[in-house]
Design a protein around this ligand. Structure first.
Ligand code: ATP
Ligand code: NCN
Length: 220
């Protein structure tokens, strides 16, 4: 199930707290599912969008499967209700997260977005376009990843946000707080990575000969 422009109703109110798990999903794997579900529960989110990047500005295009194939991979994790795979970043025509967030927040003014990332993403954040301004645009939840956690907690982003860390026991407040604000959500860790799957040949040759299911192209 791929999310289109309309935000589904959730109970009797608009779906209002949405976690954005941006990623290459080259391919999607259990690590993504683990952190998405952890964020849903711990932050009290209505949905998590598995937001497939048209092209991570910091990753080489070589070895990157075509967008449609990565979207199809993310869709295998989605349930169409709480976990949604979406091509919205490609449709917005943005690549940099800062730009994407600006457009999403304009398009969905009533939604409280939270940026979700594994600990490795929080380590590399200071290399992103406008990273400090980005941290003033959206609350951030960092999920543990083996071998990355100490670096994340001691890195430049954590240092910059030192006075804005929300204890994980208060994590449910995060989506409704004004940024800058962040939390580190301890939890079950999964050492799986897309790199290791590709190295084992688990995502074909990356050349993208797989057919995308019709449902992904037909507007569901
Ligand atoms: N095993 C994991 N544990 C925690 N976070 C993860 C895990 N795998 C991916 N993530 C997070 O999911 C998001 C998207 O990750 P991505 O699609 O790049 O997967 P990856 O396994 O890191 O890929 P690659 O190995 O190709 O770099 C990032 O925020 C990343 O930190
Ligand atoms: O905006 C940037 O400068 C930027 C630089 C690197 C990565 N990102 C985003 O970080 C998310 C995770 O990327 P990846 O490739 O590690 O899965 C994805 O949404 C990317 O678009 C964003």
């Amino acid at each position: 199930m791929v999310c289109r422009d309309t935000i589904p109703t959730w109970g009797d109110r608009r779906c209002a707290r949405i976690g954005l798990l941006g990623g290459s999903f080259n391919p999607a794997h259990l690590g993504h599912q683990t952190i998405a579900r952890r964020a849903l529960g711990a932050l009290g989110l209505d949905q998590v969008w598995l937001m497939v990047s048209p092209g991570n500005p910091l990753k080489p295009a070589a070895g990157m499967a075509p967008f449609a194939r990565r979207l199809a991979s993310a869709a295998t994790l989605a349930d169409g209700r709480r976990l949604i795979a979406t091509d919205i970043e490609a449709r917005l025509g943005t690549r940099y997260t800062f730009d994407t967030l600006g457009k999403l927040q304009m398009r969905f003014p009533n939604v409280h977005f939270v940026w979700l990332t594994g600990a490795d993403g929080f380590v590399t954040l200071p290399k992103w376009k406008g990273w400090k301004r980005l941290l003033h645009r959206v609350p951030v939840a960092v999920m543990p990843r083996p071998g990355q956690n100490m670096q994340a907690l001691r890195g430049a982003a954590a240092h910059y946000l030192a006075h804005y860390r929300l204890p994980s026991r208060q994590a449910r407040l995060l989506p409704d707080l004004s940024p800058p604000v962040w939390t580190f959500l301890p939890g079950r860790q999964n050492g799986i990575s897309a790199t290791s799957i590709r190295q084992r040949g688990g995502f074909g040759d990356g050349a993208g000969h797989a057919t995308v299911p019709n449902t992904l192209n037909s507007g569901e």
